[in-house]
Write a protein of this length. Structure first.
Length: 189
């Protein structure tokens, strides 16, 4: 994101704090896809991710006046999204197993389609990423998919920068092991 867009995001937040609906529409248009994708990677259900977008931007509308500009607007949005997603996951764990949830449990036995898909490196990588712990998957997602710095990730997740670095180190190590087990050798030095 350019410095101009970042400054523009901050000015949009200022206008939103004053009740400017057009500014809200512009901010939403600029960031809703990123927020949705991040939420979807955390909650893994499209409907829940879509609901979270509404909650996140409703919070932005309500809390814009409290935004202090200590971080980029995109970082603030992802931090709100993370908080909402983790809350949704906690609620989901508290719910009883119903038929829909039971039907959504993946059958891990291989069929011909799965065998072919496993040969596709992209699918293998996605499968290996899904096997990482929630903490490691979250760090990898923010660093590699959202291109956030260690400092920004620390702020979003609410942990020290050194913890981010440690988690990233172990996430990469575990991912390399999982890829090797899946028959894919590391493609980087």
């Amino acid at each position: 994101m350019s410095a101009t867009q970042a400054a523009s995001d901050e000015s949009l937040i200022g206008r939103i704090a004053q009740g400017d609906r057009l500014a809200m529409q512009v901010l939403y248009g600029r960031h809703h896809v990123r927020v949705y994708r991040f939420a979807l990677r955390l909650v893994r259900k499209e409907q829940i991710a879509e609901d979270l977008i509404s909650e996140v931007f409703l919070d932005v509308w309500r809390q814009a006046g409290k935004f202090e500009g200590r971080s980029a607007v995109s970082t603030w949005l992802l931090a709100i999204t993370r908080f909402k997603a983790l809350s949704a996951l906690r609620k989901k764990k508290d719910a009883e197993l119903d038929d829909e949830t039971a039907a959504a449990i993946e059958d891990t036995s291989d069929n011909p389609e799965v065998t072919v898909a496993k040969k596709d490196t992209g699918n293998v990588l996605r499968n290996c990423l899904a096997k990482l712990s929630q903490d490691h998957r979250e760090i990898v997602d923010l660093v590699y998919y959202h291109e956030k710095s260690v400092e920004e990730v620390a702020e979003i997740v609410g942990i020290p920068e050194n913890t981010v670095k440690t988690r990233l180190f172990y996430a990469r190590k575990k991912l390399a092991e999982l890829l090797k087990e899946a028959g894919v050798e590391r493609g980087w030095p």
